[in-house]
Design a protein around this ligand. Sequence first.
Ligand code: BGC
Length: 372
Amino acid sequence: MNLHRCRIVFAVGSLCVMLTSSRAEVTGPTAYGKTADGTAVEQYVLKNKNGMVAKLITFGATVTELEVPDKKGKTADVVLGFDTVAGYQSEDNQYFGCTTGRVCNRIAKGKFTLDGKEYKLAVNNGENHLHGGAKRSLDRVVWKAEPLKDKNAVRFTYSSPDGEEGYPGKLDVSVTYTLTDKNELRIEYAATTDKATPVNLTNHSYFNLSGHGSDTILDHELTIPADKYTPTDEGLIPTGKIADVAGTPIDFNKPTKIGARIEKLVKTPTLGYDHNFVLGKHDLTTPIATVRDPKSGRVLTVYTDQPAVQLYTGNFLKGQKGKGGKVYKHQSALCLETQHYPDSVNHPEFPSIILKPGQTYKHVCVYAFSAE
Ligand code: BGC
């Protein structure tokens, strides 16, 4: 090719890139709807230069949509959710995309003792406490929000009064979602308190890398480089043991299809994967989980600074209707919830989740997307 033709090809190529790529931007707040008690809920939209889009609402500081390109550059919304606030407030909402806390996962019998005082929490999962309570858990309240335009981020804040859902201390929480041009949704949590109190926050996004409402995630291939997990009893409360994954269906050290061994778990209390992996030595540059969808080629890589991750394969999804009338059938999505071990408040041998006045709780979770 001569130099002149080469220049023309280059110019046309650059024009195509300019036309197809967009700029990173934050839009919002825009009105999303109202809760049953009339509180306004707002939406924010983050876009990056590759066409990835994250939509977030102030109800539960929730991720409602995540448009991610596949290997051909075609985007699909890879998270479960609803189209309305009423959907998010309905019985069909099994914590889709929300911020979960004050303490995510389970607390045995909804009780713990701190500094000699016993605290009683809502019992909302069999005889146990799940995901911060029944009425005013962090997923059910309306947060304040501010766009951080120069960072392509939105920061949500909520001040939980002393005693809310039975937890001690006034807890000031923030969750910042940033969408980077490396196709990462970065979630950064911070919290402070005026009394010693347990804190264990997570994001509860349900992913199906073929797009929400697609078939099951049993063909998604998962890697979790972890040698240990916290076995649980019939109520999914840790027994206190830290067991080896080796030789069990819970070993994902080598890439394995989620459906390859799940049958061995369906008759156990977890009904599928609902396990907390103890993460070995890692930092924010070491993947703690990788999920590959052979159909779309989309890959989700998870990074965190937390000591554990809960793998949950949507075993309680019941065919409810979500966004655009799509049906969310049994095991049609998975959650990878970065966190501390479940029921840590009742297990002094587990890393502590007690936050004291003067300290700041911090947690980073990165959901990074690529395609191959
Ligand atoms: C838990 C499941 C629970 C689900 C609720 C997950 O974090 O591990 O046991 O059923 O949340 O949607």
